[in-house]
Design a protein around this ligand. Structure first.
Ligand code: SAM
Length: 240
């Protein structure tokens, strides 16, 4: 059974202890019913990422964590970036939850020609909500670094040069290679998935011109969210 987890970067360090912020006190004490002396896993983004064994202490209603040891942490061999077309809310939420659990490092939402949601529509509120889903999923999964989500951009504004060299795109085409042939096992990879209405011809040719290798996920046509989750799972589980 895994220990309850907190993000130490959100706490304040005072005299050798970490004072918990209010949301994490609610999470630990109210939701998880942790008691004084309970063991807790502290996730810390310092020094490339650390996991600390902590003990919960409280005094006059103030809750703190005291370090009692270090926990082993094995960094991911493969950093995954997901370039995903904006999808309708339910589908997009599914992608976010799975991405957080699979340790996707970064998500770049893209408004494609056939995306139903548009970037301008209530984007700040959506981005806040997306970040909350990713934060929660990453914490439960024990990722020291929460999955990051970038502000959504239009397809023509994708920052191609900032993407990893190793590039694959889920494209429904006889020319696509099976994703199982793609040896992305370490380093960085970006995986692109189109909208419910599929990539447009123009988008597909731009992806190919930007050195994305077209991959197929098999003969079945998957929903965009399933294609995103299946591809990320393939990439992640291949490095376990
Ligand atoms: N509307 C299209 C159709 O019915 O042929 C399907 C588009 S699919 C729902 C949305 C996205 O998921 C596609 O743009 C592609 O990126 C990905 N996708 C779904 N199934 C796939 C498969 N078998 N191989 C590769 N990509 C797939």
């Amino acid at each position: 059974m895994s220990l309850p987890r907190v993000r130490l970067d959100r706490c304040t360090r005072e005299d050798g202890v970490w004072r918990l912020d209010a949301p994490q006190v609610r999470h630990l004490v109210k939701s998880l019913r942790c008691y004084d002396g309970a063991a807790v896993e502290g996730l810390l983004e310092e020094n490339g990422g650390m996991k600390l064994l902590m003990r919960l202490e409280s005094k006059d209603g103030v809750y703190c964590l005291r370090e009692t040891g270090r926990l082993e942490r094995t960094p991911d061999k493969l950093e995954i970036t997901l370039l995903i077309a904006l999808l309708k809310a339910l589908q997009f939420d599914e992608v976010l939850r799975a991405s957080a659990e699979l340790g996707v490092g970064e998500i770049l939402p893209v408004e494609c020609e056939r995306s139903v949601p548009k970037t301008g529509e209530r984007l700040p509120q959506k981005t806040l909500r997306w970040r909350k889903i990713l934060d929660e999923g990453s914490l439960v999964a024990g990722s020291v670094f929460p999955t990051k989500i970038n502000p959504a951009v239009k397809f023509g504004e994708i920052p191609w040069d900032s993407l990893p060299e190793n590039r694959i795109a889920a494209v429904i085409s006889p020319a696509s290679r099976p994703i199982s042939e793609i040896a992305a096992r370490e380093g960085q990879v970006v995986y692109a998935v189109g909208p419910e209405g599929d990539w447009s011809e123009r988008e597909t040719s731009v992806l190919l011109s930007r050195n994305f290798v077209p991959v197929t996920l098999g003969k079945r046509i998957l929903r965009a969210s399933t294609a995103a989750m299946a591809g990320c799972a393939w990439l992640r589980l291949g490095t376990c």
